[in-house]
Design a protein around this ligand. Structure first.
Ligand SMILES: *Cc1c(COP(=O)(O)O)cnc(C)c1O
Length: 418
């Protein structure tokens, strides 16, 4: 199998993350276990930053993709802002040493407590999705005696071509405000004394593998910004959201980050607008793998099963989105391949990591690496079937450390009483 990655490589038949053999991490940290390459994260973040050098911008990492404190710290130190969708994410950013004045708060259902927390933390801006939300932010800002910077998240009605669950920018979606309604809402909101309507924003979806829909959304936002300025609104920033896809299949071609950002920049040149981008998956997705050990091999009536110790509670994406993750043997063998389903121990038929896949002929005890698991991996993990969530490991060159401990049985019952 030919791997092309800036972080993972086979050396003498063993899969390495940077300079660390993954079988060493599996042996010492146990499996299942998430592993992240700091180099892969920083390379991608710097691809965004580098292409915007000299242009006013903020790269706000979307915390929901992977909210581990050590990763947030790494990105904060590299100069990242953060896109949050909850008060809990703001708490994490602050705990990690992130700067609240570089935080934008997105989401359709912000609660009063979350808005108050964000106002008291002096975040950069709220990206609002309804008139009701604008009214609430106005009221809470008035009570606290502050003025909130606000952008409306509009719905540019472009089809990002992604899975229906992760496509967000069309008229029928719950996200954003209709383009046609946006202008009049901006004008009404302009009259609210504790809001400063300075931005336009959108986020059209996720795992987008063609840049055209993103550029089309940008054109529509630029047009809206022009019209709003003509109407006297002090529009200063444009937020294009996140959404750039990654190669989940070795055969996928994903957009090059720097080239995409340069195209965005070219369109923004001379418009006197501050650019915000909110990448999540494209920064952390390729940086992570999920290590899992084969427990059993079982011949089924129609196919072979490889039963592993990781399950849908650890990595939900295959079950939730039927998404594809390549799976590699951490130690290459001469045993050839086998066509199999790779399944976990959870009591659901929907619990699988791969279906009907040509797999390394792995035997009990062998360690496998589930590829591109850095985004929407651990953050979607649950305790379903009372399974403690796996640890997370951060690799930096030839060093590695556990940045979230494996949960214990005691953790499973914390807060419960009989
Ligand atoms: C989820 C989300 C992002 C990040 O999306 P990716 O596809 O991970 O880049 C950015 N902005 C908003 C508003 C989001 O909801």
């Amino acid at each position: 199998m030919l791997l092309s990655s800036d972080a993972y490589s086979y050396r003498s038949g063993v899969l390495y993350c940077e300079e660390v053999p993954l079988d060493e991490i599996a042996r010492r940290a146990g499996t299942p276990c998430y592993v992240y390459s700091s180099r892969a994260v920083l390379n991608r973040f710097r691809a965004y930053k580098g292409a915007l050098e000299g242009f006013p911008h903020l790269v706000s990492y979307a915390v929901k993709a992977n909210s581990n404190l050590a990763l947030l710290r790494l990105l904060a130190e590299a100069g990242a802002g953060f896109d949050i969708v909850s008060g809990g994410e703001l708490f994490r950013v602050i705990q990690a040493g992130g700067d609240p004045s570089r935080v934008v708060f997105s989401g359709v259902g912000k609660t009063p407590a979350e808005i108050e927390y964000a106002l008291k933390s002096s975040i950069y801006a709220f990206h609002c999705e309804s008139e009701g939300e604008l009214g609430l932010i106005e009221a809470l800002s008035a009570r606290l005696g502050v003025r909130a910077r606000v952008a409306l998240r509009v719905n540019p009605d472009v089809d990002a071509g992604a899975h229906p669950y992760i496509s967000t920018g069309m008229r029928e979606h719950k996200f954003g405000i209709e383009m046609a309604e946006a202008e009049s809402l901006y004008r009404r909101a302009q009259k609210l004394p504790h809001l400063s309507l300075e931005g336009v924003s959108c986020h059209i979806g996720s795992q987008i593998l063609e840049v055209e829909p993103l550029l089309e959304a940008l054109d529509r936002l630029l047009e809206l910004a022009r019209r709003l300025r003509q109407a006297g609104l002090p529009i200063r920033h444009l937020d294009l959201g996140g959404g750039l896809g990654i190669p989940y299949r070795l055969s996928d071609a994903a957009p090059n980050i720097a080239e995409f950002v340069k195209q965005v920049r070219r369109r923004m040149e001379g418009q006197d607008l501050f650019l915000i981008l909110e990448p999540g998956r494209s920064i952390v997705g390729e940086a992570g793998v999920l290590l899992t050990t084969v427990l059993y091999r079982k011949p089924g009536a129609t196919r072979e099963f490889i039963i592993v110790d990781a399950a849908m509670n650890d990595l939900l994406r295959p079950s939730l989105y039927q998404s594809h993750h390549e799976i590699f043997a951490v130690r290459q063998s001469l045993r050839g391949t086998v066509r199999a389903d790779v399944v976990g121990p959870v009591c659901e038929s929907g619990d699988f990591l791969a279906l009907d896949r040509e797999m390394p002929n792995a035997l009990p005890g062998d360690v496998l690496a589930v590829w591109t698991a850095g985004a929407y991996g651990f953050v979607l993990a649950s305790n379903y079937n009372s399974r403690p969530r796996p640890p997370e490991v951060l690799v930096e060159a030839d060093r590695w450390r556990i940045v979230r401990a494996r949960e214990t049985y005691e953790d499973l019952i914390r807060g419960e009483s009989v």
